[in-house]
Design a protein around this ligand. Structure first.
Ligand code: ADP
Ligand code: MG
Length: 694
């Protein structure tokens, strides 16, 4: 249960003055439902009202605070003209201008002949001073009500800046003194203020506390990152403690496979297989991430793990994100397995034209089928496993965190291996996967040649098509990825269809195929198969997903409107060629002129094939959401931490978490209890529930 000291912060925002049924939904949209959410809504800037010059010495276009004497009201002579008030300071004059103002309101606010203090932006118009709609107008005796420094917040329509500041001031008044959860020596080293002081400081910026403000923001960012890491680690700890099962294997199948393969496993593959094998042997539950760039040979590593499960008498399932990929894994694995005399099944969704679906389900249920590959259909309720021991998830970032949990529910103490082909920078790995063990395939299988990557202006479309015609005539095959026209699949499809038509016209009708997201599965498979066998020379595709396939003979990749893709996406796409022994080429077509950043991004692709370097750069240039695909990523959205600025803190939080849990696994010491408060503060209630009561 949430500790009572936090109750005031988790009251609904409507409990604050001034927030009624009209504003509450707006606040909800802007920052969230609770008092604590407005505290997490940090200022984006600062207005300095301390500048109080005389009119004679004022600098134009600055925010000033002035005392002036009201000389004359000039109401508009016609509707829609502004209302003017002339005010003076000694010899100097200023015109105060209002649009759509009510006259009687202004005569009360500016009594003729009396002094007022105004604060706002002062401008020059012709030869005189002008101030449009002062932010503050007060009689001199109330001048102290004008804040010298005023935070500026990200806004939404319908909530005024003053209103928002008042709300936040109310929330600040509710701030409790919380027990310190951070390590004293860390606070000292980083010179970070206490939590409450930090919150107060970031919402009350002044010209003088800017250094402290930076420290306060870092501290709050660190609080958030630590809460997140700790929550993930607690879940992880729970997962581990739930007793796993030893799957020692016998190596019989694994050895047979390596003997019958036409190639040797790379050093990286051997290493990953060894790590996974050790995890599976132990009675801990495995939760491991297998990272490897496209083409690094993850499928084979997965297969070795699956064989160890089979050798141990339990079942193993591999889940792919799309039907095409599931089928491809299935075919490939079937090929590898045929000399071994062990069967593997395919399971895709109902109504997807699979003829042996009920047979596969039956054999999974009675345990005669040990290995299966499929889509998320594998984990739907109509599928039962006799004894699932290993679940492998390919291309994790397309699945949500929940699906990962669903997997383990299909069996008892299930070991989990997640494979990702998107090279995820370390910082993001930590945020998405927390404290997973990581195996990393660094090298590519021998014999691969570097991919020749070129940038080409889309004005040269005809040249590109000519080039493709020459190459395909010599036996090459090409992917042609169509521009992402918009978020809408319909218009993406229209563009792809038009492109496929043009290419058919130029290259020959029977040579060009098109796959897109709205195609029926059979039709898509048919086209893919025709490309894989070489009947089709060019495959036009709309989305990334459709080209997640392995056709070693394809050596050309054309990507239109490359500037609209994320770097990591481009890298992924490029990885579809360069899979065979022949030299491959990737043409990145762009719509010029390119901005400086866009040009730098595309150049980077030309320079390197190191997916990790590309991903790091993508993170720097475009932010986390872009790398993983914003909507599907399941990425945590941080309120205070900004990974491009606070990435270094994530590492510290990660190490700190390890240390904390190694000493105090259930958070029962004094600091442990404070850390529980931190978890509640960041709404990680679910994690606290996994801890033993303390
Ligand atoms: P990934 O899934 O990591 O993108 P794959 O597992 O699809 O890569 O492997 C890419 C290609 O390389 C496949 O055709 C696979 O058979 C082949 N391959 C895998 N391991 C090796 C190896 N050690 N030596 C040569 N080729 C390999
Ligand atoms: Mg793969």
């Amino acid at each position: 249960m949430r500790p009572s000291i936090l109750f005031p912060l988790f009251k609904p925002l409507s409990s604050l003055r001034g927030i009624g049924p009209r504003l509450a939904p707006l606040y909800q949209k802007l920052c969230g439902p609770c008092v604590v959410d407005v505290l997490w809504h940090l200022p984006s800037g600062l207005i300095d009202r301390s500048y109080a010059p005389t009119l004679a010495t004022a600098e134009k276009d600055r925010v000033v605070t002035l005392t002036v004497k009201v000389a004359e009201h000039q109401p508009p002579r016609k509707a829609r003209l502004p209302y003017r008030i002339i005010a003076a300071q000694g010899q100097a004059q200023i015109t105060i201008v209002y649009f759509n103002a009510k006259g009687d309101y202004l005569t009360k606010l500016y009594p003729t002949g009396s002094s007022v203090v105004i604060s706002g932006v002062i401008e020059r118009y012709r030869d005189g001073w002008v101030m449009n709609h002062p932010d503050y107008v007060l009689p001199p005796e109330r001048a102290s009500e004008i804040p010298r420094y005023e935070p500026v917040y990200p806004m939404t329509e319908g909530i005024g800046g003053k209103m928002l500041r008042k709300t936040i001031q109310q929330a600040l008044a509710l701030l409790p003194d919380l027990p310190e959860w951070q390590d004293a020596s860390l606070l000292k080293r980083e010179k970070w203020p206490a939590w409450k002081d930090a919150v107060l400081c970031v919402h009350q910026p002044t010209a003088d506390n800017q250094a402290l403000n930076v420290l306060a923001r870092r501290r709050l960012a660190y609080d958030e990152l630590l809460a997140d890491q700790l929550a993930l680690a607690v879940i992880r700890q729970h997962h581990r403690a739930a007793s796993g099962r030893g799957m020692p294997g016998t190596r019989t199948l694994q050895d047979k496979l390596t003997q019958t393969l036409p190639f040797k496993l790379t050093h990286g593959q051997l290493q990953a297989v060894a790590e996974i094998s050790a995890d599976m042997k132990s009675s801990h539950r495995m939760l491991r991430l297998l990272q490897g760039d496209v083409g690094s040979g993850k499928t084979l590593v997965a297969l070795m793990a699956m064989l160890q499960a089979a050798e141990s008498g339990v079942q193993a399932a591999l889940m792919a994100p799309t039907e095409i990929l599931a089928k491809q894994h299935f075919q490939k694995m079937q090929e590898f397995l045929s000399p071994l005399g062990i069967d593997i099944g395919l399971l895709i969704g109902k109504g997807r034209g699979q003829t042996d679906r009920s047979d596969v389900k039956q054999r999974l249920a009675d345990g005669t089928l040990k290995l299966v590959v499929g889509t998320h259909a594998l984990f739907q309720s109509d599928v039962a496993f006799h004894d699932l021991g290993l679940a492998i998830v390919d291309e994790q970032h397309r699945f949500g965190v929940n699906q990962r949990l669903q997997l383990s529910e299909k069996g008892r103490g299930v070991d989990i291996l997640v494979m990702t082909a998107t090279p995820i920078p370390r910082t993001l790995t930590l945020t998405t996967f927390g404290d997973m063990d990581i195996s990393h395939l660094t090298e590519k299988p021998a014999g691969r040649q570097p991919i020749d990557t070129r940038l080409i202006d889309s004005a040269r479309l005809d040249d590109v098509i000519d080039g493709i015609r020459r190459q395909t005539a010599k036996g090459a095959q090409a992917y042609w990825v169509c521009p992402l026209v918009s978020e809408s699949e319909i218009s993406d499809l229209a563009a792809a269809t038009a492109r496929a038509d043009l290419l058919s016209e130029r290259l020959g009708k029977d040579k060009v195929g098109l796959v897109h997201g709205q195609m029926a599965a059979e039709e898509k498979d048919h086209t893919m198969a025709a490309f894989a066998t070489g009947d089709l020379r060019v495959l036009v595709a709309t989305t990334v997903i459709e080209v997640g396939v392995d056709v070693p003979n394809a050596t050309l990749m054309v990507i239109e409107h490359a500037e609209r893709f994320g770097l990591s996406q481009l890298h992924q796409l490029r990885g579809r060629v360069g899979r065979g022994a022949d030299k491959s080429t990737c043409l990145l077509m762009y719509q010029g002129p390119l901005g400086e950043t866009a040009a730098a991004r595309l150049k980077l692709l030309r320079e390197t094939e190191d997916g990790f370097r590309i991903a790091e750069e993508d993170l720097r240039l475009r932010g986390a959401g872009e790398i993983l695909g914003t909507r599907q990523s399941g990425m945590p959205e941080y309120r205070m931490a900004d990974l491009s600025r606070d990435g270094d803190l994530l590492d510290i939080a990660h190490d700190d978490t390890k240390l904390i849990l190694s000493r105090d696994a259930d958070l029962t010491t004094a600091r442990g209890k404070a850390l529980r408060t931190l978890l509640y503060l960041f709404a990680r209630d679910a994690s606290v529930l996994l801890l033993r009561a303390g």
